[in-house]
Design a protein around this ligand. Structure first.
Ligand code: GLP
Length: 251
């Protein structure tokens, strides 16, 4: 365990609350690399003893840093310095595989479901097909260096992708966008997206390996081919502690 803590000079007479002083010291140690991603912090009890402060003060300092995504709690293991969030641009049409490779992560997928369903209203509207028409549903947990990053459900109009269900191995191992391009000769050209926050359901939280009730970022995408025909309707749930989204704005 790293001992940056005994070096923390807390000032009990300062008008700055002690929890805030602890937070600032921890942030400084994270910023200057004294504390590195993955480093374990002492327990609240240990840290309170080291700093000669109340345990609740330490808890408040740590909880805020957990909420802000600088620290992460792993059940039964303790509190760790979090990895910096992935900054994801929203202005280019890219695939998960591309995005992760660009950052030096190893992308992977765990296939949860691959099946054909009748289109519900939302799928039919997004894909511009009739209600009840066949839709290929692909649910995957997306991983980067084995760590869950997002839970994605893609819907494709089945008529356009014959024999898709036979591609199970490819879908579970590779990029959906590569399959669509290489196997079906479909070029994805543009997408319309929305981004909103929601609370992870118990199932989603379990799959994403995060505490249930944590917020996730829901990104919905309708992807179009070169003729402006919708090819994919996707719902991606991103871990809010691993992602921030970036948009460039001009005049
Ligand atoms: C992103 C998009 C999804 C899309 C996926 C394809 O994550 N949000 O809508 O389905 O990329 O990624 P890949 O080609 O790696 O399967």
């Amino acid at each position: 365990m790293i001992d940056v803590y005994t070096a923390m000079a807390l000032d009990g007479d300062s008008p700055v609350p002690l929890y805030f002083q602890i937070q600032s010291c921890l942030m400084k140690a994270i910023d200057n690399g004294t504390l590195m991603p993955g480093n374990k912090l002492p327990s609240e009890r240990e840290l309170a003893a080291k700093l000669a402060v109340n345990r609740l003060t330490v808890r408040q300092a740590m909880s805020e840093l957990v909420n802000e995504g600088f620290l992460t709690r792993k059940r039964g293991l303790g509190t760790f310095v979090a990895r910096p969030k992935v900054e994801q641009g929203l202005s280019k049409l890219t695939s998960f595989t591309e995005d992760m490779r660009k950052r030096g992560f190893r992308p992977a997928a765990r296939l949860i479901a691959l099946e054909v369903q009748g289109a519900d209203k939302k799928m039919a509207q997004s894909l511009r097909i009739g209600l009840g028409e066949a839709v290929i549903v692909i649910e995957r947990l997306r991983l980067a260096d084995e760590e869950p990053m997002a839970l994605e459900i893609s819907h494709l109009p089945a008529g356009r992708f014959p024999a898709f269900l036979t591609l199970r191995t490819e879908v579970s191992q590779g990029s959906l966008y590569d399959i669509v391009r290489d196997r079906y000769n479909v070029t994805l050209c543009a997408a319309a997206e929305t981004l909103e926050a929601k609370v992870a359901s118990a199932r989603e939280a379990a799959l994403l390996e995060m505490p249930s009730g944590m917020p996730v970022l829901l990104r919905e995408r309708v992807t179009f081919d070169q003729n402006g025909i919708p090819v994919e309707y996707a719902r991606s749930l991103y871990r809010s502690d691993r992602y921030k989204f970036m948009v460039e704005v001009g005049q």
